[in-house]
Design a protein around this ligand. Structure first.
Ligand code: NDP
Ligand code: 8X3
Length: 257
């Protein structure tokens, strides 16, 4: 008997990095998975890997969390055996640019706020009412140290993650009295495609973010998510802050060499 046998988990942003690792880690624990991202080809490859390794049911969906009607339609159209989502991991997110505020690009700002804030709201609003009816569920939101400290060039990304933390707290308050748990997992530097996306595909600039240090891996974050989800029902891990040992704050990082 595995710890998440029979549970249905929905992971957004499962095509890369932290979301992909969370999907794999939940599969190890026996959860059946609903995996979504815009790049369906990548999600399908992951689903096939998980089916082959664990013999689990995996359903995939091409989803842009910024499109509210699509989010609602996807959740409404779930086959009955998938409709009772027990675990929602709001992971889909991104940063764009590291410009000074007065040089920020409106398109970058809109993409970050639409994805990290409104996307999280749309998915949560579609899924949580079912949890309330069943009086059962766990929502894990992926925040960031950027939701706790603002850093130069990060005003809008940080604002989106401050919002994520406010929304997590709001969920916790409004779901109080139900059996539904809410966790925010707030990592520091994790080596994924995050910096490549932030710097619009500039590989050398993205690599330089992690030079001379040992960042967290996506598996480290997935491990923390599994920890939170597998606590006994009476215990809610409300907040987790994870940083690589070399990082003491959003901008305090010790590099070697
Ligand atoms: P990656 O770029 O590797 O992965 C981001 C994931 O989000 C991809 O699967 C991407 O899928 C998905 N995504 C982005 N936009 C959308 C969208 N509009 N609709 C659906 N899915 C979307 O980065 P990470 O794994 O690092 O990022 C995952 C989360 O972790 C983000 O919320 C990020 O803010 C957070 N985080 C990351 C840290 C880091 O240092 N890496 C630290 C702290 C938090 P696709 O493009 O296929 O749609
Ligand atoms: C992502 C990590 O370094 O931009 O949330 O805060 S960082």
């Amino acid at each position: 008997m595995k710890r998440l046998d029979g549970r249905t988990a929905f992971v957004t942003g499962a095509s890369s990095g932290i979301g992909r690792s969370i999907a794999r880690a939940l599969a190890v624990e026996g959860a059946r998975l609903l995996l979504a991202a815009r790049r369906l080809d990548r999600v399908d490859v992951l689903a096939e890997e998980i089916r082959a390794a664990h013999g689990l049911d995996v359903l995939t969906s091409s989803l842009d969390v910024r499109r509210q009607p699509d989010v609602e339609a996807m959740v409404r159209a779930l086959p009955p055996e998938w409709a009772a989502i027990d675990i929602l991991v709001n992971n889909a997110g991104l940063s764009r640019g590291l410009n000074k505020f007065h040089e920020g690009l409106l398109q970058d700002w809109e993409e970050m706020l639409d994805t990290n804030v409104k996307g999280l709201l749309y998915v949560s609003r579609a899924v949580i009412p079912g949890m309330v009816v069943r009086n059962r569920g766990h929502v894990v939101n992926i925040g960031s140290v950027a939701g706790r400290e603002v850093y130069p060039g990060g005003s809008v990304y940080c604002a989106s993650k401050f919002a994520e933390r406010a929304i997590s707290k709001g969920m916790l308050l409004d779901l109080n009295g139900t059996e539904i748990r809410v966790t925010t997992v707030d990592p520091g530097m994790v080596e994924t495609e995050f910096s490549l996306v932030r710097f619009h595909g500039d590989e050398s600039r993205a690599k330089s973010v992690y030079l001379g240090l040992t960042p967290l891996t996506p598996d480290d974050v997935a491990d923390a998510v599994v920890y939170a989800i597998t606590r006994p029902a009476h215990m809610n891990v409300a907040e987790m802050v994870l940083m690589p040992t070399c990082q003491a704050g959003a901008t305090v990082v010790s590099r070697k060499g």
